[in-house]
Design a protein around this ligand. Structure first.
Ligand code: ADE
Length: 425
């Protein structure tokens, strides 16, 4: 941690958008009481004094509150976008203009710009990386291994990022601690399920304005994001079909009351397809070939490779923008397929991502995981670390408190009983 970072400026669309960003950030803050309490404590205790943090997150009103909390804690923080299409430009402007936080993010930035921003995050010579999808960590390992010496550790937000970190560990290249924020109960039970569920349908509705009741909606993948998406689609009156490769999740889907089919069969039935698998080409040529005329496809998984859009493009005679974030591919066969949000996360491309109330807990985990890394600097082994149960439980208690909900506590007798093995039948 001897190196100092060069003075960073910013790269945002338009600083004049700052007042609108401020208004929207303040609105989101009403739903983020847990992170607010953490920010207030950070402001007193300054856990990040002298610490450089590079955060790669979707630049939203909720992320603004995380960045503000880190800065209040004394961090020298820089923020870049974790997706080219998810940035809220007014938020980026406000963070620069009102909070003096260097932000490098513009909605619609091209892939080259995105990767240049990843380099800027690394130019900051971070002691802590807060990642969403693991692009900054993967670039650090591949291109700047000499900077690993600067790093205390990383925190990771997404299922996709955790899958990548596990692969890095298997390959022996994850030589520093990585906090697994995604798998905290107060993260994935709420963010992945209710956050993705609501915001994915919000994105689809904003992009298309179609009625979902009565539609055949194929949810591709039944992890937490798929569960939430299916739950909410069902709630809006859709006929939900699930496709899966995992037999246990497939049984779960059946017992949750959904029809489970292989994609080869679902492809010709679906009116709307939503991919949430984290894998590539789960909708591909043979599926496009049998889809109905006018079928809509979109993705709510982290990367834009779940739908094979390259092949779809090759099958098309014309690609027409029919509404914002809505493109119609007219195929040689004469039928058309509609693609939303260029196959990128539809909930962040066409809507505003997960609602603030769930991001409150996700980002409380991020903030406390970063603090945990600092407190335990030099003591944690290389590899993935779970969020300690006390942190997870405490976030849940603070959230309940803020919601005005009280729960029971064990009586002494119950506590003794549950902790003993002697009293059986
Ligand atoms: N990921 C999903 N929704 C998000 C949001 N609102 N802010 C930041 N990251 C997100």
């Amino acid at each position: 941690m001897t190196a100092t970072s060069p003075r960073l400026k910013h790269e945002v669309k338009d600083l004049a958008l700052a007042p609108l960003g401020r208004q929207r950030i303040e609105w989101a803050g009403r739903e983020m009481p847990v992170l607010r309490q953490i920010r207030d404590r950070f402001a007193l205790e300054k856990p990040f004094a002298g610490i450089r943090i590079s955060a790669c997150c979707h630049v939203t009103t909720e992320t603004a509150h995380l960045a503000i909390a880190l800065k209040a804690g004394g961090a020298d923080a820089v923020l870049i976008a974790s997706n080219p299409l998810s940035t809220q430009d007014d938020v980026a402007a406000c963070l620069v203009a009102d909070y003096d936080i260097p932000v490098f993010a513009m909605k619609g930035e091209d892939n080259d710009t995105y990767h240049r921003h990843v380099q800027i995050a690394l130019d900051h010579r971070p002691n802590i990386i807060i990642d969403d999808g693991s692009d900054v960590v993967a670039t650090l390992i591949q291109q700047r291994p000499h900077q690993i010496a600067d790093l205390i550790g990383t925190t990771e937000e997404t299922t996709t990022g955790i899958v990548r970190l596990r692969a890095m560990f298997r390959d022996g290249v994850l030589t520093f601690p990585a906090m697994n924020v995604n798998d905290a109960d107060t993260k994935h039970f709420f963010d992945n399920r209710y956050g993705t569920g609501q915001s994915t349908l919000d994105g689809i509705i904003r992009a298309t304005n179609i009625l979902l009741a009565g539609k055949n909606i194929v949810v591709v993948g039944y992890g937490w994001c798929g569960k939430g998406t299916a739950l909410r689609a069902h709630g809006l009156g859709a006929n939900v079909i699930i496709t899966e490769i995992d037999p246990i999740r497939a049984i779960e889907a059946v017992m949750d009351g959904f029809r489970v089919l292989p994609m080869a069969e679902a492809a010709s039935i679906g009116d709307l397809f939503i991919t949430v698998t984290g894998n590539k080409h789960v909708i591909r040529a043979e599926h496009f070939d049998v889809m109905k005329d006018g079928a809509i496809v979109c993705n709510s998984g982290h990367f834009d490779l779940e739908i094979d859009l390259k092949t779809l493009g090759e099958k098309a005679t014309e690609i027409k923008n029919v509404r914002p974030f809505t493109q119609e591919y007219r195929l040689h066969s004469g039928k058309s397929i509609v693609v939303l949000g260029e196959g990128r996360l539809i909930n962040l491309a066409a809507a505003e991502g997960h609602p603030s109330a769930v991001m409150d807990m996700s980002f409380a985990n991020q903030a406390l995981a970063a603090e945990y890394l600092v407190i335990n600097k030099g003591k944690l082994e290389a590899g993935l670390h779970s969020i300690p149960t006390e942190i997870d439980q405490n976030i849940a208690l603070l959230k309940l408190q803020a919601m005005g909900i009280k729960i029971d506590t064990l009586t002494l007798e119950q506590d003794e009983y549950i902790n003993s093995w002697t009293s059986g039948t």
